[in-house]
Ligand binder design. Structure first.
Ligand code: FAD
Length: 294
């Protein structure tokens, strides 16, 4: 297991921004993962697991941490009866493909979520009325000193969040699915994909929903649209003209541009609706949103 230095994280985020990681490891087995965690612990460095970087905003200055991206065995998927067992680094697309081939339904909603099984646990990812919490049986979580199986209650899965502590790495996830005809699975996936295409930018570099939906009759997207933000651009980043809760890399974007758009969006939502929007995207490195001006 080697640790690379100064790896540019822009190559590992869907937005395509972000500076270098102090260390970057790609463990392929549980032993290698434990070695990586020990490497970081010996140096007093925090650990940041990443999946496909589809919900990450990484500081342009980079991050003083060991970034861990799972591969090999830790990104493999198998079916065991009606259970789908996915490595923490397994792409949702691969897991869905396996489930469909085995005639197992319940994971179709994940066709809309371009991340991994492990990233989905951390975020309790969800769409179309379902989420990780609805199908997760247990997850194997690695820390510097142990590896333990944890159930849904212990993982504290709630709307786009979990109780996973910083540096805890999901190495494996077991999902409980149900038998479903393959044609029905295909039909559901096609329907979800069509709905996505109609409502969101699917061919641009984004990091998914920028803000969580507030407790308000308007969703974050509708609220920001009413604030006149669709198409608003700062530097190389732009609020999507299709959906105001998405920020696109419109060419040469930096994280600072996306962050500036988020500051402006929060300011306007506060001024028009008295709502303080909370970001869904995960910040990596020294990044912060200033409090809204009251
Ligand atoms: C076009 C688009 C559409 C999207 N639609 C949706 C949607 O409908 N619903 C939804 O919920 N999300 C959506 N997202 C956001 C994103 O895909 C999900 O949050 C996804 O679960 C993130 O997975 P990831 O593997 O890319 O994680 P990353 O973005 O790499 O990381 C996200 C967080 O998970 C942590 N993490 C990653 N891997 C692990 C691991 N193995 N162990 C522990 N922690 C880990 C990271 O440290 C970070 O805190 C969308 C994103 C895009 C770009």
């Amino acid at each position: 297991m080697t640790v690379e230095e100064a790896v540019a994280l822009a190559r590992h985020t869907t937005l395509g921004t972000g500076g270098p990681a102090r260390g970057f490891a790609r463990p392929e087995t549980l032993d290698e993962l434990r070695e990586a965690l020990a490497w970081a612990s010996d140096r007093g460095l925090p650990v940041v697991p990443i999946g496909l970087g589809s919900n990450l905003l990484v500081a342009d200055a980079g991050v003083e941490a060991l970034v861990v991206k799972l591969g090999g065995e830790l990104a493999a998927v198998r079916v065991d009866g009606t259970r789908l067992v996915a490595g923490g680094g397994a792409a949702n697309a691969v897991a869905l493909h396996r489930a469909r081939a085995a005639g197992l339904g319940g994971f179709e909603f994940a066709c809309a979520i371009p991340g991994t099984a492990g990233g989905g646990v951390r975020m309790n990812a969800g769409a179309y009325g379902s989420d990780w919490a609805a199908i997760l049986v247990r997850a194997r979580v690695a820390r510097a000193d142990d590896v333990v199986w944890r159930g849904p209650d212990d993982l504290g899965l709630s709307y786009r969040s979990s109780a996973l502590a910083r540096g805890e790495v999901v190495a494996e996830v077991e999902f409980q699915l149900e038998r479903r005809p393959i044609d029905e699975i295909k039909r559901l996936v096609a329907q979800f994909q069509q709905q996505r295409k109609a409502a969101q930018p699917t061919n641009k570099r984004t990091y998914g929903s920028v803000f969580k939906n507030p407790e308000h009759e308007l969703s974050a997207g509708r609220m920001l649209e009413a604030c006149g933000l669709k198409g608003h651009r700062i530097g190389g980043a732009q609020i999507s003209p299709r959906h105001a809760n998405f920020i696109e890399n419109a060419g040469g974007a930096e994280t600072a541009d996306a962050l500036a758009l988020m500051v402006e969006a929060r300011r306007r939502a506060w001024e028009m609706y008295g709502v303080e929007l909370e970001h869904e995207v995960v910040f990596v490195g020294e990044l912060e949103l200033p409090p809204v001006q009251r």
